[in-house]
Every structure is written in structure tokens, then in C-alpha cells.
Design a protein around this ligand. Structure first.
Ligand code: SAM
Length: 470
């Protein structure tokens, strides 16, 4: 989206899905940057609108975004737009004829769809709207089943379902180019996945994370808190080789108690590799192993193109690390012998993030990305709390709210500098980690909010979003 663009500049229209609104712009920006394109919002750009106009791109750029996005539903070559039918007509008639004619030929077939956002139209009203486009010089025949070209009139009735205007605020007309990958959310739903756990990341968010991470074919991607491997599933879908580690022996080996209702124990072959097999991406499985993210197990050097992860917050799973018997005094509450880790200690959230950023600084390739979730106690959150590192540049920070007082933020960082000795000291002194200092401080606040809300402190989680995790 270039800032200024003359009349003759080709424009594309994206129709965005209305879930995950905060994640949409970083997703589209990241996908455009994979093809070397920038996305600069215009002055009138409204991030929350279901329709975005993009400038300065080629049709191939748009197609490559649509081949990846789970935030955009469809893309159109924009032929005109306006606030009224007459404005739309004027705008379409100004569109260069030489760009229209290849799609209006006598020997080709076409159909026109009408899409309305925040309003349902009667069939007869749709037909009327299509008839009103009679000024367009279509030469070909209508074919509703399998047309050569599809056109669409899109009408925007605003964002307020309680205040729907009679006439749209804005309307657009364009040639359909491609649909996005929303279907992946259904086809990869954790409900139908072979191997799942209590904290399996939902499919839509996993694909968004892979897109924010600019994961590409032949990349090597690593998840240090891999769990059941949902993020690896998404990355392997885009052709990246994937590996991961987790402290939990049972999860890595796919044994122990099942997370599904009506199933006591995990069945044979319930593991991450089988998940990739389910989706036809087993060829991208490198391996997973039992390992503690707080311990250095990797050889020095840049090994990974992307590090993508959902660290433990101590909400549904404990934050723990291996330790020696000297270090530990009392066993943590949640350690009931299910894990095969011999001695387990508290792993402070502040240490988790410090270790994660430090690890990314050392083991990402230059230009590689770190994508992770940061838990947030909303009443106290401010941007300054987001952990930084001298070698990592913050790319985006998107909120997913979980309850009135808690949310998690999807943080994307890019490695822009190789680490030097002084960087480790700078990070140690960074006050940004302090909100996460002290074991379970986030957890305590999280439950304190629930106690206030419910009038009881039963330690149960509040209602979470569909298929959700964390
Ligand atoms: C939120 S879950 C990750 C879920 C995963 N994204 C999935 O889709 O299944 C966090 C994971 O971190 C693991 N974990 C906790 N402490 C760890 C540590 N010190 N090192 C490595 N993994 C750890 C837990 O066993 C858990 O599987």
C-alpha cells in the first residue's frame, strides 16, 4: 500500500475476515515482505475495516499473499468504488478500458456476485444491484456455475450490528482474483487432529503465527516449547522443515493420559510425527526431543530461520525447568510424577522470556524471526513491558484478549544484529522483565481477577475462546 498513487495506479481490494482483527495488518505486511513488497497504510486507511485498498502491487504479489493468508477472505482487482451508486459508476467508468476489455470479451463467460458486510439482502435486491451495473460493457455470456471471470460488488454497511444503515457507507466493484486460506482453519482444526493436548494451539492462530514468522519452504523452524506440535503443523504446511523440544517426556513420546474426553490413555502413534502425517507433511518432520529450554543443548551459531513458540504461563501447565537436588527445596505443586524429569524447579516467567530472546539472538539467522505469546495482566500492561533485546527488532505486537483482565500478546521480532558480549549485560539490566519476576506472579493475578469476578477462588480457568489454549 503505497502512500500516494495516481489514478492510473492499479489497486487491489482485500476483503478481510472479522475474527483476529489485530493480527491482520502484521500478517499481510509479513506476507508482502516475503515477496519484497512493502505495505504502507494510506491516510484514510482504517485497520478495522473489512475492506482494504492496496496500491503499488502486481497481481502476482496479491496472489502470493492470498496463497498464505488466513486473515483475508478474498482479493479483487478494484475497478471502482464510491459512497453512492453514481460515485461508483463514475469511478468504474474512469478505469482504463484496456485493463477491462480482456475480461469482457464475447467468447468469455462471467458472473457477478454481490457481497454485503453487516447486512443481509433479499434475493430481489441483489438482482437489482446487479442490474444497476448494466453500464459495464460485458460482451460475454453469463455462466453461474463455471465462469471464466468472476466480478463482485461489495458493500460496506459499517461495523455496528445494532445500527445498520439503509444504504452502504461505501461500495466497491472489482474482478475476483483469489481466495485466501480460511479453509485451513477448518481442515486443520484441533478437534479433528490425531494428537492433541490441553494447550494445543488453535489452527487459525498457528497459521497466523507462521505467517508473522515469514516461514517459507525449506526453512528450518524450531519450537522450544513444542507441546503437541500445533505450530510445527502450520509451519510444515508452508514447506518448512520443523523440529521442537519440550520438557515433558510424555508429550514428546506421545504416552500417558489422553486429553480427549472419553479416552483415558493416549493410543499408539499419538505423537507429533503422526500429526504431520495426517496433513501430508511428514517429509518436513526433522525431530522432537525431551529438553529443558533453560539449558543450552544446541551447538553455537545461527541454526534456525524462525523460532515460533507458545511458552508455558503456568495457567494450564506448570512453568518448570530441570534442576539439581541442591537447587530445589520443595517440589512444585503440579509435579505429580507424571513427567520423567527427575528434579523439576520453578521457571520464572521473566527467565523464560529472557532465555527465549537470548536464545533467538544467538540461534536465529540474521533476518530470521521470533514469534511468541506474552501473557498480559491488562490493568497493568503498557508497551514498555514487552521484553526487548539489542539484537532483535520488534516487528509487531498484537493483542488477543482472554478475559476482562487478561490477554496474551503475539510478539514478532526480527534478528537484526549478531550478538556481542555487551548485549547479555544490557539484557540483564532490562527492567522490562520485572513484571514477570517471581514465580507464578502472572498466574496469581490471573486467578485474583477470577476470584473478584466470581466471588470465589476455585482456581478454575474462565471461559476461553473456542478451541483455545494457553
Ligand atoms: C503452552 S504449552 C505449548 C503448546 C503447544 N504450542 C501445542 O500446540 O501443543 C507449553 C509447553 O511448554 C512445556 N514446558 C514447560 N516448561 C518447559 C521447559 N523448561 N522447557 C521446555 N518445555 C517446557 C510444557 O510441557 C508444555 O508442553
Amino acid at each position: 500500500m503505497a502512500l500516494h498513487c495516481g489514478k492510473t495506479c492499479r489497486q487491489y481490494l482485500l476483503h478481510l475476515a472479522h475474527d483476529n482483527v489485530d493480527f491482520r495488518l502484521p500478517e499481510i505486511k509479513s506476507l508482502l515482505s516475503i515477496v519484497g513488497q512493502q505495505c504502507v497504510p494510506t491516510e484514510t486507511f482504517n485497520e478495522r475495516s473489512p475492506f482494504w485498498r492496496l496500491y503499488g502491487l502486481s497481481e502476482d504479489d496479491v496472489r502470493s499473499v492470498m496463497a498464505r493468508t488466513v486473515c483475508a477472505k478474498s482479493a479483487f482487482e478494484l475497478w471502482g468504488h464510491g459512497r453512492t451508486v453514481s460515485e461508483l459508476k463514475l469511478s468504474v467508468l474512469e478505469y482504463p478500458t484496456e485493463r477491462m476489455t480482456p475480461f469482457l470479451q464475447q467468447e468469455s463467460t462471467y458472473k457477478i456476485n454481490v457481497y454485503t458486510f453487516n447486512k443481509t439482502l433479499l434475493f430481489k435486491d441483489r438482482i437489482e444491484k446487479i442490474d444497476a451495473l448494466g453500464f459495464l460493457p460485458f460482451q460475454g455470456k453469463v455462466n453461474l456455475k463455471d465462469p471464466d471471470h468472476i466480478f463482485c460488488l461489495l458493500e460496506d454497511y459499517g461495523l455496528d450490528p445494532n445500527d445498520i444503515p439503509d444504504e452502504p457507507f461505501h461500495m466497491y466493484f472489482g474482478r475476483f482474483i483469489a481466495d485466501g486460506q480460511r479453509e485451513l482453519i477448518r481442515s486443520h482444526s484441533v478437534k479433528k487432529r490425531h494428537f492433541i493436548g490441553n494447550t494445543s494451539m488453535d489452527a487459525g492462530l498457528s497459521f497466523i503465527m507462521a505467517n508473522h514468522g515469514k516461514v517459507k519452504a525449506h526453512d528450518l523452524v524450531y519450537d522450544p516449547f513444542v507441546g503437541t506440535g500445533s505450530l510445527l503443523v502450520a509451519c510444515s504446511h508452508f514447506g518448512a522443515y520443523v523440529c521442537g523440544t519440550d520438557i515433558d517426556y510424555n508429550t514428546i513420546h506421545g504416552v500417558g493420559k489422553a486429553s480427549r474426553k472419553n479416552q483415558k490413555w493416549r493410543g499408539p502413534d499419538e505423537n507429533i510425527r503422526a500429526n504431520l502425517r495426517q496433513y501430508g507433511t511428514e517429509c518436513f518432520y526433522v525431530d522432537v526431543m525431551v529438553s529443558d529450554a533453560s539449558k543450552p543443548v544446541w551447538r553455537n551459531g545461527a541454526l534456525f530461520d524462525t523460532i515460533i513458540t507458545d511458552p508455558p504461563y503456568g495457567i494450564r501447565e506448570s512453568t518448570r525447568r530441570t534442576g539439581s537436588h541442591k537447587e530445589i527445596t520443595t517440589p512444585p505443586e503440579n509435579f505429580a510424577g507424571e513427567s520423567h524429569v527427575p528434579v523439576s524447579m520453578e521457571y520464572h516467567l521473566s527467565d523464560i522470556f529472557a532465555d527465549l530472546l537470548n536464545f533467538a539472538a544467538h540461534h536465529l539467522v540474521l533476518g530470521g524471526r521470533l514469534v511468541y505469546w506474552l501473557p498480559v495482566y491488562r490493568p497493568e500492561y503498557c508497551e514498555e513491558m514487552v521484553p526487548l533485546h539489542p539484537c532483535l527488532t520488534l516487528i509487531s505486537n498484537c493483542e488477543q484478549s482472554l478475559s476482562s483482565h487478561t490477554s496474551r500478546r503475539l510478539i514478532t521480532m526480527e534478528k537484526t544484529k549478531e550478538p556481542e558480549k555487551s548485549d547479555a549485560l544490557a539484557q540483564l539490566a532490562d527492567p522490562r522483565f520485572s513484571p514477570y519476576q517471581g514465580h507464578n506472579s502472572f498466574r496469581e493475578k490471573y486467578f485474583s481477577g477470577i476470584t473478584k469476578k466470581n466471588g470465589k477462588g476455585n482456581g478454575k480457568e474462565p471461559h476461553r475462546t473456542k478451541e483455545n489454549n494457553g
